[in-house]
Write a protein that binds this ligand. Sequence first.
Ligand code: SF4
Length: 233
Amino acid sequence: MYRTLPEMDAALADCRACPRLVAWREQVARDKRAAFRDETYWGRPVPGFGPTDARLLLVGLAPAAHGGNRTGRMFTGDRSGDVLFAAMHAVGLATQPTATHLGDGLRLLDTRVTAPVHCAPPDNKPTPDERDRCRQWLVTELELLAPTLRAVVALGAWGWQALLPALTAAGWETPRLKFGHGVRYPIAAARAGRAPLELFGSYHVSQRNTFTGRLTPQMLESVLAQAISAARR
Ligand code: SF4
């Protein structure tokens, strides 16, 4: 249906398929947080970010209300992104350790960052219906990345559960695979035109994990380093 990722991303940014999330993302964009009151919020679905020939894909949960929903770029402008991009920079996957706004010069190297739900949900909790409705976009993203994609990292158990059916629909075999931080599974191709993948799990970069030390920068960097090494093999 879409021949390129930019074509898909442009269509995605106009999606209004989930009434609750459309209302929420637009309300947040109107009301704003006091610290950002002079900014124009994006207030739309947030596409994936990174090169269209990435070998590694990172899959989170959904954009943050005052992060990606404000800046229009996945994981940009919030505390989770601060941790993620610092780790990506430390292992050579990002040109700088910070992500503040569109046009800040950040480029990702060999890596794309996306989410199974592309609109900011209230309380960071999409419903199962919203997750399932948004899956088509992740399936298409995986299909368009397939020529170069060799490894995927799921950030958090929620992203893991959302990712597996999308991988299946996009042409890979995903038997019951248990999430955990640091797990690694080979994923076989189930369709012509698919190369085998390596699937990795990491705790999510949420403040609940990073502020408590459940996920340290070293733990995240270790998973990312293993993943990019597998992707470039
Ligand atoms: S969550 Fe996904 S399917 Fe729902 S409106 Fe946003 S982009 Fe569309």
